[in-house]
Ligand binder design. Structure first.
Ligand code: NDP
Length: 327
């Protein structure tokens, strides 16, 4: 078949999401999954796809058109991103915003050395939200922009809750403040801080005999994580946590309000409501893998971000069909 042959590097939440998203792509096929764990022990959701060890991945450069990197941003991608971009066309979802410039430089150098194309930091934030922040700024230069996150699970804050003595398990949701959203939409240009824009909802399972009041106090006063926020702590049972809070929802809004002419008010808003953060992020990665394939075919090399990729390249349709159907 002449489908685009995709490899998945790293099989966690995102890797499983990419596998599902590829089943919805008419022009792409999953060729192989690569893992650092025992390949024989990995259970894929689809039949007939080979799993290989990551250490032998260099033997597969001729079999993979685009490798989708599904490792974690904290420790996996800083190492895997540059190493794999020297061997394959790659797409990744590196999301440590402050480190994107240095990550871009490392991946760009490797991709140029290997004559490959590498699309970095794809997903929804960074990714689609970045695009809408750019549109907002470029189209409404006189105005203010705000990004709101949630309602969604924050892994870092959930981990922080679990480290509090007396906590057995916990989930933390970041939720946009309704009042702050209204102010952003009104064009008040209030320059709200992240703290003013969000509230934190915690669902906590206590260890047997733990003092609820002490746990609540330890949480709401925790510096960096909760102290500066409007934080709610709900104590629930382990069964309820498992039943109601096991999913990975997320989403948010990019809002830009500004003025044109003699103070004419204009507002741009983009929003996402995601039942599964990793499944949606994976869908974005797959669309950008199609773009990476086309750019690579065209002989382009080096690192790119969402800012550099023409939207038409994301669609399986031809440019002519897109003009006819969606313009
Ligand atoms: P996971 O922790 O599920 O997976 C990360 C890696 O850990 C996998 O590639 C896998 O590598 C390894 N792994 C997975 N499960 C296990 C396990 N049970 N035991 C041991 N190792 C395991 O992370 P996610 O897939 O949820 O997220 C990956 C990254 O995606 C995040 O770090 C985040 O930065 C990014 N992201 C970006 C978004 C955006 O909008 N840009 C949105 C959401 C996420 P291996 O198979 O090699 O062992």
């Amino acid at each position: 078949s002449d489908r685009i042959r995709i490899g998945i590097a790293g099989y966690g939440n995102l890797g499983r999401g990419v596998e599902l998203a590829l089943a919805q792509a008419p022009d792409m096929a999953l060729a192989a999954v690569f893992t650092r764990r025992d390949p024989g022990a990995l259970k894929l959701q689809s039949a007939g796809v080979p799993v290989h060890g990551m250490d032998g991945i260099a033997d597969f450069t001729a079999d993979i058109d685009v490798l989708i990197l599904c490792g974690g941003s904290r420790t996996d991608l800083p190492e895997q991103g540059p190493a794999l971009a020297a061997l394959f066309n790659t797409v990744d979802s590196f999301d440590t915003h402050a480190k994107i410039p240095e990550y871009f430089a490392a991946v760009d150098e490797a991709a140029r050395r290997g004559n490959r194309i590498a699309v970095i930091s794809v997903g929804w934030d960074p990714g689609l939200f970045s695009l809408y922040r750019l549109y907002g700024e470029a189209l409404l230069p006189e105005g203010a922009g705000d990004t709101f996150w949630g309602k969604g699970v924050s892994q870092g804050h959930s981990d922080a809750l679990r480290r509090v003595p007396g906590v057995q398990n916990a989930v933390q949701y970041t939720v946009p403040s309704a009042e702050a959203m209204a102010r952003a939409r009104s064009g008040e240009c209030a320059n709200l801080s992240t703290r003013e824009k969000h509230v934190r909802d915690c669902y906590v399972v206590l260890e047997a005999g733990a003092d609820a009041q002490a746990v609540r106090q330890a949480i709401v006063t925790m510096p960096d994580y909760f102290a500066d926020y409007d934080t709610t702590v709900n104590f629930i049972s382990a069964a309820e946590l498992q039943r109601e809070h096991a999913a990975m929802p997320h989403g948010g809004y990019v809002i830009r309000s500004g003025t044109t002419g003699a103070g004419t008010r204009q507002m741009l808003e983009f929003g996402l409501k995601l039942e599964s953060n990793p499944e949606f992020t994976a869908s974005v990665l797959v669309a950008y893998a199609r773009a990476a394939y086309r750019l690579g075919k065209g002989g382009e090399v080096g690192a790119r971000t969402v800012f550099d990729i023409a939207p038409g390249l994301l669609s399986p349709k031809t440019a002519a069909d897109l003009r006819k159907e969606l313009l």
